[in-house]
Design a protein around this ligand. Structure first.
Ligand code: SAM
Length: 259
């Protein structure tokens, strides 16, 4: 969601976006089991890990990381409403002392060189671009540190259909093989990649999005912008229903080589 972004959802006021998404448990496709599966590929799990969760939303995956890793997490999101939601969640779960939540942009992160053991970004690196995020964030990792991100990728060998929706929402979409090559080119050793199952989209995300729409429209007094946003959300769900075997999120996990 950098300021130059031309994706349809970003035609809306940030407050409108925040009002819709702050009420959701997660702000994109994902699953606790998949977060845990990605964690299994970490060569080291602590103690005292320094972790960043970038584009954290209200922190569903942050909570999983905090519960299963021994260390401290800095969670960053552009939208203050997401950070408020994340702080409230961590307080509720008694994890407040493990997580520092900051409003900030992923294109100007304030970490020092070689400060982090682990960089996590579920459903968010596309905001800066997969290649750019991998490249720019690498310096924050200690040698041997790990990056784990999810990124929308082609799953069908035919790479079809290249619909307007895909072009507008996932302009950098590519095959997992191509994304792994990018990971290597950006200076990481690929540790693993795996496809998120469809229920991470349908049950874990779209069900809540669909349920949120009527309340959201009511809260917004059915304003033209709210109606347009609801339409786009419904189109997103419908597009996945029609073409969801062709694209999906893939977890990519890579390690910065030891010196
Ligand atoms: N990781 C969360 C999850 O999986 O539930 C949120 C994923 S959501 C699809 C993407 C998140 O990235 C949103 O919370 C959004 O506010 C955040 N975001 C967008 N642009 C950003 C930027 N430039 N810097 C930091 N966060 C950003």
């Amino acid at each position: 969601m950098n300021k130059e972004n031309k994706e349809p959802i970003f035609e809306f006021d940030f407050n409108l976006i925040a009002d819709f998404f702050r009420a959701l448990d997660r702000q994109g496709p994902g699953g606790d089991e998949q977060t845990l599966r990605a964690l299994e590929f970490l060569p080291a799990t602590g103690p005292g890990l320094r972790i960043a969760d970038i584009g954290c939303g209200t922190g569903r995956q942050t909570e999983v990381l905090a519960r299963h890793l021994d260390g401290t997490i800095t969670a960053v999101d552009l939208l203050p409403a997401m950070i408020e939601g994340l702080r409230a969640r961590m307080k509720r779960m008694g994890l407040g002392d493990r997580v520092t939540a900051l409003v900030g942009s992923m294109d100007e992160l304030a970490f020092g060189d070689e400060e982090l053991d682990l960089i996590w970004a579920e459903g968010s690196i596309y905001n800066i671009g997969f290649e750019r995020g991998l490249t720019e964030w690498r310096r924050f990792l200690k040698p041997g540190g790990v990056i784990a991100v999810t990124e929308c990728s082609w799953l069908a060998p035919s790479r079809l259909p290249e619909t307007a929706y895909i072009r507008e929402n996932f302009p950098d979409i590519d095959t997992p093989a191509a994304k792994v090559r990018m990971l290597e080119k950006a200076g990481y050793v690929p540790l693993a990649h795996f496809v998120l199952p469809q229920h991470c989209w349908t049950q874990n995300y779209f069900a809540a999005v669909a349920a949120r729409i009527p309340d959201f429209l009511e809260e917004q007094g059915h304003s033209p912008a709210a109606v347009r946003m609801a339409t786009l959300m419904r189109e997103e769900i419908e597009h996945y229903r029609a073409h969801g075997t062709d694209y999906g999120y893939v977890f990519y996990i890579g390690q910065k080589p030891e010196k």
